[in-house]
Design a protein around this ligand. Structure first.
Ligand code: LLP
Length: 411
C-alpha cells in the first residue's frame, strides 16, 4: 500500500505537530476517486459524507456538483467555491434555517415528500424541482442506512406519483429531475429493479424531465476480503436505462450519480494515541486504550462497521487479537465491535503509552459524525495536498470555547 496515508513517519509527525485524535485526508486520493464515476454524465457529491473544505474544493475542481442537506452544509459548500446553481438541497423536511437559505439562494430542491412540494412552491414560487422516489424496496450495509421501502422516512412513495404530477402542475412546479437512493452500502443486487422502477416515473414526467439521478450508496470494500463495488455493471444498467428513456422522451437525458462514501472513504485515516493496555483475565479480552472514541468516529458503535486498525511503526512485532477502546465513560466505546456490539478483536502488537494507532478508511462519515460527548473536542483535521504538502485544515473544536459565555448566561 502506498500514498501519504501509509507513510508512517509522516503520520507520526502530523500527530506530534497537531495532537491526537487527528483526521488526515489525502486530497489526491479524493481527486482520483472521481474516476470511479467517469461513465456517468455528471457527479453530485453528497456533502454529508465529509464536509471538510479541502475535500469539497478538491471535488469541485474535479468537476463535481454537490448535494446538501442543511444550511450548515450550504455554507460550507459556498465557502469551498460551489455556486448555488451547483447545489441540490435534498429535503424530506426543511427546518427554518434551511427554508430561509433555500429561498434566499433559490436552490434547486429534491423533494422527498408531497409536503415539500407545497413548501418549495410557497418559498420560491413556480420553478424547477426534483422528486426523490421511494420505489418500495431498499438495501444498505445495515438496516439503519436502508432508505427505500415502507419503513423508510425518505422519498415520495412510488404509488403517489400520479397524484404528485397533478399537484406539481397546480403549483406551477416543473419536475426536471427524478431521483432514487435506496440505501448506503449497496451490494448491487437491486440495480435492475431500481432502474425498472424509474421507467414509470420517467413516463409520467416525460414532458419536463431532463435529469435522472441514480443516487449514491455504492459500497466500499472495508475488509481485504470484500468485493469492490461492481461499478461497470451498475453504470451499464443505468446507462441502458438513460438511453431507453432518452429515446422515449425524444431528447437526451442526463444521468447523474450522487455518491458520498466511495469518493472519500479511503482518503481519510484517524490517528490516535495509545494511553495504556489492560486485560480481563483468562478467557477475557486484551484492550488497547486510545484517546479517540465514538465521539471521534461512531461507525463501529452505530452499525457494527469494520475499520482496519494498524499500529504505527510496529514493524513485525508479534500480534495477538486485541480490542481497541476509547476514553468515553460508556462501555459501548469500542472500535472493535460487530453488529449488536459483538466483540471483533483485531491483530495488534502490545502497545506502550504514547505509541500511535491508525484507524483506516474513515474519510466517509468519520469526522462528519463526530460529537462533543463527555465534553471532548471534535478532532482536528489535516489535509495532504496533491503536491505532498500537509496542512492543518481545521483545528480541534473545543465545546468549552463558550464556557465563559455559559457562565455569564447563568448569572
Ligand atoms: N444521496 C442521498 C440523498 C443520501 O441520503 C446519501 C447518504 C447519499 C446520496 C450518499 O450515500 P453514500 O454514497 O455515501 O452511501 N452514516 C452512514 C451512511 C449514511 C448515508 C446517508 N445518506 C455510514 O456511516 O455508513
Amino acid at each position: 500500500m502506498t500514498g501519504p496515508l501509509h507513510d508512517e513517519d509522516l503520520l507520526a509527525e502530523l500527530a506530534a505537530a497537531h495532537g491526537t485524535p487527528l483526521y488526515v485526508y489525502d486530497l489526491a486520493a479524493v481527486r482520483r476517486n472521481l474516476e470511479h464515476f467517469h461513465a456517468f454524465d455528471s457527479v453530485r457529491y453528497a456533502v454529508k459524507a465529509n464536509s471538510n473544505l479541502g475535500v469539497l474544493r478538491t471535488l469541485r475542481e474535479g468537476g463535481a456538483r454537490c448535494e446538501v442537506v442543511s444550511a450548515g452544509e450550504i455554507a460550507r459548500a459556498l465557502a469551498a467555491g460551489f455556486e448555488p446553481g451547483d447545489m441540490v438541497y435534498t429535503a424530506d423536511l426543511m427546518d427554518r434555517r434551511a427554508r430561509q437559505t433555500v429561498r434566499d439562494l433559490r436552490l434547486h430542491v429534491n423533494a422527498g415528500s408531497a409536503t415539500m412540494l407545497e413548501q418549495v412552491a410557497s418559498l420560491c414560487g413556480p420553478g424547477d424541482v426534483t422528486l426523490r422516489i421511494n420505489p418500495g424496496f431498499g438495501e444498505g450495509h445495515d438496516e439503519k442506512v436502508t432508505t427505500g421501502g415502507a419503513h423508510s422516512k425518505h422519498g415520495i412513495w412510488h404509488e403517489e406519483l400520479v397524484a404528485v404530477l397533478a399537484r406539481t402542475r397546480e403549483l406551477g412546479l416543473r419536475v426536471t429531475g427524478l431521483h432514487v437512493h435506496i440505501g448506503s452500502g449497496l451490494k448491487g443486487r437491486l440495480v435492475e429493479r431500481t432502474v425498472e422502477a424509474m421507467d414509470n416515473a420517467v413516463a409520467l414526467f416525460q414532458e419536463t424531465v431532463t435529469r435522472v439521478s441514480c443516487g449514491g450508496g455504492m459500497s466500499f470494500p472495508y475488509r481485504a476480503a470484500d468485493e469492490p463495488f461492481d461499478m461497470e455493471r451498475f453504470a451499464s444498467l443505468w446507462l441502458a436505462g438513460r438511453d431507453r428513456w432518452s429515446e422515449a422522451v425524444g431528447r437526451r437525458l442526463e444521468l447523474e450519480a450522487e455518491p458520498g462514501r466511495l469518493l472519500v472513504a479511503d482518503a481519510g485515516v484517524l490517528v490516535t494515541e495509545v494511553c495504556g493496555m489492560k486485560s480481563t483475565g483468562e478467557g477475557g479480552a486484551t484492550f488497547v486504550l486510545v484517546d479517540a472514541g465514538f465521539h471521534s468516529m461512531i461507525r463501529p458503535l452505530l452499525y457494527g462497521a469494520f475499520h482496519r486498525i494498524a499500529a504505527l511503526g510496529a514493524g513485525d512485532r508479534p500480534t495477538s487479537p486485541k480490542m481497541v477502546a476509547g476514553p468515553l465513560c460508556e462501555s459501548a466505546d469500542v472500535f472493535t465491535q460487530g453488529k449488536a456490539g459483538a466483540p471483533a478483536p483485531q491483530p495488534l502488537p502490545d502497545m506502550a503509552p504514547g505509541e500511535l494507532l491508525v484507524i483506516h478508511d474513515v474519510g466517509a462519515y468519520g469526522a462528519a459524525m463526530a460529537s462533543c460527548y463527555n465534553s471532548r473536542p471534535l478532532p482536528a483535521e489535516v489535509v495532504i495536498h496533491p503536491d505532498g504538502e500537509a496542512a492543518l485544515a481545521r483545528p480541534a473544536i473545543d465545546p468549552n470555547q463558550f464556557l465563559e459565555r455559559e457562565q455569564e448566561l447563568l448569572r
